[in-house]
Design a binder for this molecule. Structure first.
Ligand code: FO1
Length: 317
């Protein structure tokens, strides 16, 4: 932790991100730090094959957020979307539980064709980013097949079936990552972590958004060996998730929703935890992990920027 990282345009930052909260945060980071000095490592555990197409929701949320195409209100997919293709699918008795908009479908067609032609996911993602004018480097955590599965009292489900089709209503007993043993970091991931002056874990669900990234063994090992600060941003405000099942999962799997419970998801991996003002009185049990209290709700562009500034500035002298 000896290097003094400065919050200035050329700070090399690696951000681990998944989910809607991750994409919003990444947008704030890129607004504050230079896009070219930021590398985002994205979750692929919730990738899904639908209607013969490969969908990478978390990579796409980041691509759309950084290209200004995201539907801000919904949090996923594209703005000004139309749904004609999906309606046709439904009318023909096809699979329409996973809502793919017409514009979004175009991206999945291009990605799927490239993957079928043998291109790795990282190469396709880089090309998509370039075509969308995204200057930030976006890497999938792995090019290998890695899929999140949930064990619940109602059975075991692949991520999107649990999250979307079942509305994440089932409590989760365990999270598993199919393919984790064989998964290697995508090209550039280890280099990005080794070259970073600051590593950030976005305010994403620790179990199903950051967990699959950390399930890539060499990637996790690189974080354990880091010589620069690693700062996580808690996804909870007052012990509650802004959206999604993170609070219920923490309660059931970690035994509580305090900052210490969030930090406990990242053993040996973080040096500081950014928490909301609403959690400022609940900082016991963090041990060596430095709490940084601020407002974490990313309700506007300014709020996103302010949170990113706090996280980027969280480097001890
Ligand atoms: N989330 C939903 O709640 N319902 C959907 O039908 C849905 C479709 C969808 C299509 C493309 C895409 O990139 C994301 C989509 N999401 C949908 C969001 C996605 O399930 C989650 O945001 C992430 O997987 C959680 O990280």
């Amino acid at each position: 932790m000896s290097r003094r990282a400065r919050r200035e345009p050329r700070l090399n930052v690696a951000v681990l991100s998944g989910g809607v909260g991750g994409a919003r945060f990444v947008r704030g980071v890129v607004d504050v730090a230079a896009a070219a000095a930021t590398t985002v490592v994205g979750n692929v555990g919730d990738d899904v094959e639908v209607l013969g197409l490969h969908v990478s929701p978390d990579l796409d949320s980041i691509l759309y957020a950084l290209s200004g195409l995201a539907d801000e209100r919904r949090g996923w997919g594209r703005s000004d979307e139309t749904w004609d293709a999906l309606e046709t699918v439904g009318s023909l008795g096809g699979d329409d539980w996973f809502a793919l908009g017409d514009k979004d479908l175009g991206l999945h067609l291009v990605r799927t064709e490239a993957l079928r032609a043998g291109e790795p996911l990282s190469t396709v993602t880089a090309r998509l980013a370039e075509q969308l004018g995204v200057a930030t480097r976006l890497l999938p955590a792995t090019d290998d097949r890695l899929r999140t599965w949930l064990d619940t009292p109602a059975g075991t489900f692949p991520f999107q079936e649990w999250f979307v089709a079942r509305g994440h209503r089932d409590e989760v007993d365990a999270v598993r990552f199919e393919g984790e043993k064989a998964a290697r970091p995508a090209p550039g991931v280890l280099e990005a972590i080794a070259g970073a002056e600051l590593i950030l874990l976005a305010p994403s669900n620790p179990y199903v958004s950051i967990g699959p990234i950390l399930a890539v063994r060499q990637l996790r090992d690189a974080l354990v060996r880091r010589r620069v600060p690693c700062v996580a941003v808690s996804p909870l405000i007052g012990g509650r998730a802004v959206k999604g099942p993170a609070d219920r999962m923490l309660q059931r799997l970690a035994g509580g929703t305090s900052p210490a419970h969030v930090a406990g998801c990242y053993p040996g991996l973080i040096d500081a935890l950014v928490v909301d003002e609403a959690d400022a009185d609940d900082l016991e049990g963090l041990g060596d992990i430095r709490p940084i209290v601020t407002r974490t709700l990313m309700s506007s562009r300014d709020a996103r920027r302010r949170l990113a500034e706090v996280a980027l500035g969280a480097v001890p002298a």
